[in-house]
Design a protein around this ligand. Structure first.
Ligand SMILES: [Zn+2]
Length: 134
């Protein structure tokens, strides 16, 4: 569980991304946050609106887990996870959403990204900026 200075509660249910932001602000590590989600609900990955077995297109760096996912976009039928580099093969390899989330459980905060939208971040631990696909 995350090591935070003191326990805290919210009066109302909180969005996953707000919870993650708050835990990071309180000094929790991303790994601890993922463990906490796992402990709270072992089936939490299904929070991804189309399920963890949904099709995910990834670039080689994401496939090999050699680079953090910094760009996510969603098209009709697929999620796309890229490292953000412009190497022209961001969607080359097909895996499942569950496979990608296993390597970075904080990606679950993008579970409600609509079809036709993208999300970008500067690095692992940075907040996501969402925008419609241009
Ligand atoms: Zn890439």
């Amino acid at each position: 569980m995350p090591q935070v200075a003191e326990g805290w509660k919210t009066p109302e249910p909180m969005r996953v991304d707000r919870i993650i932001d708050e835990l990071l602000r309180r000094g929790a590590h991303q790994i601890d946050i993922a463990d906490a989600f796992q402990a709270a609900d072992p089936d939490w990955m299904t929070a991804f609106s189309i399920g963890s077995s949904a099709k995910a297109c990834v670039c080689r760096q994401v496939l090999e887990r050699s680079h953090s996912v910094l760009l996510v976009w969603r098209t009709d039928g697929s999620w796309h996870f890229g490292c953000g580099a412009d190497h022209g093969d961001e969607s080359e390899h097909v895996v499942t959403v569950g496979h990608v989330i296993e390597s970075d459980k904080t990606l679950v905060e993008l579970h409600d990204l609509p079809i036709g939208w993208k999300a970008e971040r500067q690095g692992a631990g940075f907040s996501w900026n969402r925008a419609p696909l241009g």
